[in-house]
Design a binder for this molecule. Structure first.
Ligand code: ZN
Length: 432
């Protein structure tokens, strides 16, 4: 309609209308948010509409330039939340041709990638810029205590704090964010795993940035993790819902409506967290699904039961049996994977508990006890846990063996699933 009219009116008028229409369609940068980690930094620019842009890098000094066509800043860009990441400053300049130039000043050379995201829920158009340290490669540290032996391998536990960065996860009534709480619990768990002889933690994320669901799986697989634990603290429709649950993957449908509801919410994470959904992700998903998952699934279930049993000891559980649902993050074909919903952040009492560092430690300790029990019951070849075995000889007593191997009686019981003191001659005991 507008174009049709324009053709009929003189060029002066045309110029006026065109200029006006540009003013109306110009893109506005409404804000900028930053998430920094040592090896990567993500910037998200909130836009009022879609935009055309280009990016390039310059050296001496290192910087990345973003030119956005026909755009202006709604307010000045924030200057002070870079947290010692790759970026130390941001500048902007609006050119006469309408291009908004944003310059990111870098501490060191970085590779960059970027993409536009369409509105999702309460989030509008977003331009996502990811910077990674050039030449950055994750180094898996070998446990120092095991250096002497070349044949013993550490048991690697991938710890996945849910959500992060753009995706806060569920938010409690008091405003606590799931992403912060689960990161705190994950860090406590990582410390416990690091202390455990023969085990090493692998943190899927270390600070407040988003990692895509399939990238979480990829990271765990690249590290050759032996177990993958995703930690969450979700909201439910009823504020009174309470207690922990442990989930494993199901693609035959969820075990309950609540499980289905939670899985659906968790799987939305990529849309909120700013992952570019394109062919690449789908093909990865397909490869993962095509592979046989049977043995990993049985192992997942065993590990989940062991962890659930330990969680029951420290507080209320929502379900006394392991739940199943189609959580995307659990789709590793070859790593036993489980998801722990530690508690409901939507329940005011549990929100308060989740914020309490002592409670966080208790949850982390319960998960650790579950992990230990699982690997004691299902020892992996070439790991420390199978190196120490004892075949019970006549005259052996449990307390005598505990003394001999310098472990506590309780540890010995836990490692072998023994309740009292009775042991069978000829049986093999695992020595923790
Ligand atoms: Zn969650």
């Amino acid at each position: 309609m507008a174009k049709f009219l324009l053709k009929k009116i003189g060029w002066l008028f045309t110029l006026f209308l065109t200029t006006t229409s540009i003013a109306f369609s110009a893109t506005e940068v409404e804000g900028m948010r930053v998430w920094s980690a040592t090896e990567k930094t993500r910037l998200v620019f909130d836009l009022n509409t879609t935009a055309e842009y280009r990016m390039f890098a310059l050296t001496q000094p290192d910087r990345v330039v973003i030119d956005i066509a026909d755009t202006y800043l709604k307010r000045p860009l924030p200057q002070n939340d870079f947290d010692n990441g790759l970026v130390y400053g941001v500048r902007s300049d609006r050119k006469n041709n309408g291009i908004l130039r944003i310059v990111l000043d870098l501490n060191q050379a970085a590779t960059y990638s970027s993409y536009l995201l369409k509105p999702y829920k309460n989030l509008g158009y977003r331009l996502v810029v990811d910077l990674s340290q050039t030449g950055y490669k994750k180094v898996i540290t070998q446990p120092k205590t095991l250096k002497a032996s070349t044949t013993i391998q550490p048991i690697l536990i991938a710890i996945d704090a849910g959500h992060g960065g753009e995706d806060p996860g569920a938010i409690g009534i008091k405003g606590s964010r799931e992403k912060d709480i689960v990161l705190a619990i994950a860090k406590k768990l990582a410390q416990l795993v690091a202390k455990e002889p023969g085990m090493e933690p692998i943190m899927i994320r270390n600070s407040d940035y988003y990692v895509g669901l399939y990238d979480r799986i990829k990271k765990a697989r690249q590290a050759k993790a032996n177990l993958f634990i995703s930690i969450h603290a979700d909201a439910f429709l009823h504020p009174r819902a309470q207690g922990a649950s442990v989930f494993t993957l199901s693609d035959q449908g969820a075990s309950s409506a609540a499980a289905r509801y939670l899985a659906q919410k968790e799987n939305e994470s990529d849309l909120i967290g700013g992952v570019q959904i394109k062919g690449k992700d789908n093909s990865v998903a397909q490869i993962l699904l095509d592979l046989s998952q049977t043995s990993a699934r049985q192992a997942s279930l065993k590990a989940a039961s062991d962890i659930l049993r330990q969680l029951q000891k420290v507080g209320a559980v929502h379900n006394t049996t392991v739940q199943h649902a189609g959580f995307a993050v659990l789709k590793s074909p070859d790593i036993p994977s489980l998801l722990v919903e530690t508690a409901f952040i939507s329940n005011p009492t549990e929100e308060r508990k989740l914020n309490n560092p002592n409670q966080q430690s208790q949850i982390a300790q319960a998960v650790m006890n579950g992990i230990r029990a699982y690997f004691y019951h299902n020892p992996l070849p070439k790991t420390l846990l199978v190196q120490r075995q004892h075949v019970i000889a006549p005259g052996d007593t449990l307390s005598g063996l505990a003394q001999r191997y310098e472990v506590s009686l309780n540890e010995l019981r836990l490692a072998n699933g023994i309740k009292g003191d009775f042991i069978n001659r000829g049986d093999t005991l695992l020595i923790p």
